[in-house]
Write a protein of this length. Sequence first.
Length: 283
Amino acid sequence: MLSIDQLEERLIDLAFAEDIGDGDHTTLCCIPETAMGKSRLLVKEEGVLAGVELARKVFARFDPAMKMEVFIGDGEQVKPGDIAFIVSGKIQSLLQTERLMLNIMQRMSGIATMTAKYVKLLEGTHTRILDTRKTTPGLRMLEKQAVRIGGGTNHRIGLFDMILLKDNHVDFAGGIANAINRCHDYLERKGLNLKIEIEVRNFDELQQVLDCGGVNRIMLDNFSVPDTRKAVEMVGGKYETESSGGITIDTIRSYAEQGVDFISVGALTHSVKGLDMSFKACD
């Protein structure tokens, strides 16, 4: 399996190939190769900054001679007019790295900002915010990193690092007990040590899980707020609990107050607006 650094390098290389192709002919036709300059990252919207360290990798990957002076780091609150960093080097390099860097930073900062809003709503409870696999193909590691920067917690990274028995798995396996038992048989055969989570849709399925046991976490799918309290009481702390499905920024506090350990929110990554910023020439 590729490391995070290797995945980031592949992403950066693919993004440059997609954007530059056989050459940035606009830049190459009007900017001398030896011309030097500086550009600054100007924040134009309030939020949480994310992607600074990945921006550093973008610049270094394209042109190791570029120098980056950072004033505001990942996870810090920003406001319009803030200068996050200044980059100096060949003007050709500044222009050719601009869009990729901005795409990454705007996307990651938007996710971090949204995550921080959800996290703040849960202050005073023990509930933690989880992301999901509803991510942009190829950008999952970046988007999940942005969730962490915003104060959230990553759920599983992919299909390989945790067992999550969802409704379709249960239905195709022939029921709760079959799904859980087959899961344990598989893990034993493969010599794997993975946490097991199972989704339940109603109190009958929840009781079946409690009777069967053998899991680490129970996901309460589309439970109402009152039903969530009842479910948490039924579990009684024996397993971790997670609320999921249809929970919004307006209702999330109510769910947390019922005592669930986690709340998963697909909106952290699947439909976030990027944070407005620009990369402009400076003295």
